[in-house]
Design a protein around this ligand. Structure first.
Ligand code: SAM
Length: 244
């Protein structure tokens, strides 16, 4: 897609999702380059099943931008299971005030995210290839982040144990879910509490694609109000077998 067509589409989609403040020439140029790099890489490895630029803008970029109001200024953020860079890369573009660490257990995806961040000049991105439940035992990881984000990684009653231990007391766990988010929250409420969290927001949102086409999203935010007990996270086999 030509740049001018991309610009007009991006502007239309961000406006209809009330994300006007992110419509700047600099951001649009970065998202344009990101799209090109992602689609090029997608030909040789599986980064996204969405290959149509008209869908990439709402389903990847606007979707990730929807959580920015819940990330405090200058936060140190971890994105658990960043895969091909979502929400890591869009957040890093539109929120230059934050630093974000994208972690994923698949090394080649993490390398792609690191290379892409470099090509885009995003000095606020770093990456680690590791499993979340193992990485948290490394120095400067546990209770060290102001916010932890995650999209499409695991059911919430499993995800909470992977993510909550990274958060400082006072930090926020920001979860991006589809229509099943409310149901997942019912089953995860107790676990979030056991891990030191308290759900403060549970919001249904319509992500607007184009021409009145929408998809349901649920954004869940939990405050970390107490330290996570030392016995968590457990090994992944146990987390999966007996979610909290
Ligand atoms: N967040 C990205 C997105 O929304 O496009 C990627 C989603 S992809 C479906 C899920 C990713 O989570 C995969 O790349 C997988 O390797 C990663 N993942 C799953 N369990 C993980 C764990 N315990 N620690 C780190 N990464 C994990």
């Amino acid at each position: 897609m030509e740049f001018l067509q991309f610009k007009s589409l991006f502007t239309e989609i961000f406006k209809s999702n009330m994300l006007e403040s992110y419509i700047t020439d600099e951001n649009i140029e970065k998202f344009y380059v990101l799209t090109r790099l992602m689609l090029e890489k997608n030909a040789v490895m599986n980064i996204t099943a969405i290959r149509d630029v008209e869908k990439i803008i709402p389903l990847h970029y606007a979707d990730c931008a929807l959580i920015t109001p819940y990330i405090s200024h200058s936060s140190k953020v971890m994105d658990v299971g960043c895969g091909g860079g979502f929400p890591t890369l869009p957040l890093a573009i539109i929120r230059p005030d934050i630093t974000i660490v994208g972690i994923d257990s698949t090394e080649k995806k993490v390398k792609y995210v690191a290379d892409t961040a470099k090509s885009l000049g995003l000095s606020n991105v770093s990456t680690i290839s590791a499993r979340a439940e193992e990485l948290v035992h490394m120095p400067n990881m546990r209770e060290s982040f102001d916010a932890v984000t995650s999209r499409a990684v695991a059911r919430l009653n499993i995800l909470n144990e992977l993510c909550m231990p990274f958060l400082k007391v006072g930090g926020q766990f920001i979860v991006m879910k589809g229509a099943a988010g409310q149901e997942e929250l019912q089953e995860a409420h107790n676990g979030i509490k056991m891990l030191g969290g308290q759900v403060i927001l549970n919001q249904n949102t319509d992500l607007i694609l184009r021409e009145a086409e929408t998809e349901k999203r649920v954004i869940i935010v939990a405050d970390k109000i107490a330290q996570t007990p030392k016995q968590y996270p457990r090994q992944f086999g146990q987390i999966k077998k007996k979610p909290l």
